[in-house]
Ligand binder design. Structure first.
Ligand code: NAD
Length: 464
């Protein structure tokens, strides 16, 4: 029987040593290498998109439309943008200097960190793995990708395809779960980019601290949606549904986690959400093909526990049906749940949507700000003053007004968290920046050598 290679600490050491040798050879720094790898990555996606969509469907039952629109299309966009802009991104940025160094010039020169590690999560397995890899390559690094073991078929496909299309001496995939990730984390990296939950984020950051390695942590949290009564109710309901159930059935880091709305308006909002849910997913949503399933039994049980909490009994106003054999839970609305219930204290990451009510919409600010800082915060309103106050007073990784989730698709906006929702950001040029050190460079000639900086420090020099 063939022996199965164990990926342990020694194996991780070997991978890093090989990548460091490649990096030290200087090849990953050249514009040509970067462009070549990015072109190959784009080719990989274009030539295999059908298999990629099918694979993510087999791991997560993700609808083809979502797999294509939320993973394949965004990935292609990232590759194309990097290819188009790379020269500009790599160019040193000239900066003004001061009288103290006259005559001189200054530049900020982006340089790759070196050998970097990308650890990704299961819910958007291609996008969350390959989008950071685009940034790492564009910035000239050698990179190891560790995809999530929870989407195993996607993980194996990436290992196979990256080995086929990319330069394996500088870009590698290591598959595996906690032991393999730990073996990797014991190594010295020049940057670690982690996507996942905050508990593991802390493990990653502690491991990075041993080597003073900088980290990007793309984490999650409870992303609120504040719904005012001055709105186009149907459009608001549809956009809330698209950001929640239309994003991997709520298993998305920026999916609306809970709604806050004025008490008087809540019945109208619930009614509208119910109508649109039924329009999109039919009368029996457990049968629809347009919703991802819950990723596994562990997460199914976790979500069931949120619904079984005594504090929320009788609060379901829509949905609640589930089928463990199919790992399906229907889109579920809960009204007026207590703030100390499990569903309001944990990130939901699934198809349950609690609605809190307040006397007036402004009361929502205190509720949002009393929790940890979310990855996203959403507001639906036509009230200009309320929009301004929301943007000014709510701290979140990102904010979208009269929209959910789509801010993530705007490549000119940084995507990342704040506080417990993460640190650092990526997408578009921000991905290049996330994997580049900004080196400060001062250029002088031998002219203008002011004697006043040199000893002896006479009193006259002090007065200058
Ligand atoms: P996951 O279980 O796939 O874990 C993420 C990675 O961490 C995997 O590669 C896994 O192997 C590794 N890992 C797990 N346990 C570990 C341990 N004990 N030690 C070392 N490595 C370990 O994904 P998840 O954490 O369930 O993902 C869901 C969470 O991620 C949610 O909180 C969600 O909000 C967040 N998320 C954030 C983003 C973002 O872009 N900010 C995107 C997706 C998910």
């Amino acid at each position: 029987m063939a022996e199965i290679a164990v990926f342990d600490r020694e194996a991780a050491e070997r991978v890093v040593a090989e990548l460091r040798e490649s990096y030290n050879s200087g090849k990953t720094r050249s514009y040509e290498w970067r462009v070549n790898q990015l072109k190959n990555l784009l080719k990989l996606v274009c030539e295999n998109e059908e298999e990629m969509v099918q694979t993510v469907h087999s791991d997560l039952y993700k609808p083809e439309f979502e797999a294509f629109a939320h993973e394949i299309a965004l990935l292609k966009g990232s590759c194309k943008l990097a290819l188009k802009e790379l020269r500009r991104w790599m160019a040193p940025e000239k900066v003004k200097t001061s009288i103290t160094t006259f005559p001189s010039s200054g530049a900020i020169v982006p340089e790759p960190f070196g050998v970097v590690l990308v650890i990704s999560a299961w819910n958007y397995p291609f996008l969350l793995s390959l989008d950071p890899v685009v940034g790492a390559i564009a910035a000239g690094n050698a990179v190891v990708l560790k995809p999530s073991e929870i989407s195993p078929r996607t993980s194996s496909l990436m290992a196979k395809l990256l080995a086929k299309y990319l330069d394996t001496s500088a870009v590698k995939v290591v598959e595996g779960a906690v032991p393999e990730t730990n073996a990797l984390l014991e190594q010295k990296w020049d940057k670690i980019f982690y996507t996942g939950n905050g508990r593991v984020g802390r493990i990653v950051m502690a491991a990075a601290a041993k080597h003073l390695t900088p980290v990007v942590l793309e984490l999650g949290g409870k992303s609120p949606v504040v719904v005012d009564s001055e709105i186009n109710l149907q459009v608001a309901s549809r956009r809330i549904i698209a950001g929640k159930w239309g994003c991997n059935n709520g298993q998305a880091c920026i999916a609306p986690d809970y709604i806050i709305t004025p008490k008087e308006f809540a019945p109208k909002l619930v009614e509208s959400l119910k109508q649109e849910l039924e329009r999109f997913y039919g009368k029996n949503p457990l049968e629809t093909k347009d919703l991802s399933r819950i990723v596994n039994a562990k997460h199914f049980d976790r979500l069931t526990r949120l619904l079984d909490d005594d504090r929320v009994s009788g609060k379901i106003v829509h949905g609640g049906e589930k089928d463990k054999t199919k790992l399906q839970i229907a889109p579920t609305l809960l009204l007026d749940v207590p703030r100390d219930s499990l569903i309001m204290t944990e990130e939901i990451f699934g198809p349950l949507l609690p609605i809190l009510t307040v006397d007036k919409v402004e009361d929502s600010f205190e509720i949002v700000n009393s929790g940890t800082k979310p990855l996203a915060a959403y507001l639906f309103t036509n009230n200009k003053k309320l929009k301004e106050r929301f943007v000014a007073c709510i701290s979140a990784g990102g904010v979208a007004i009269n929209e959910t989730a789509l801010h993530l698709t705007i490549s000119t906006l940084p995507f990342g968290g704040v506080g417990e929702s993460g640190m650092g950001a990526y997408h578009g040029k921000f991905s290049f920046d996330a994997f580049s050190h900004k080196k400060a460079v001062l250029y002088r000639s031998f002219a203008g050598d002011a004697p006043m900086r040199y000893p002896p420090y006479t009193k006259g020099k002090l007065r200058i």
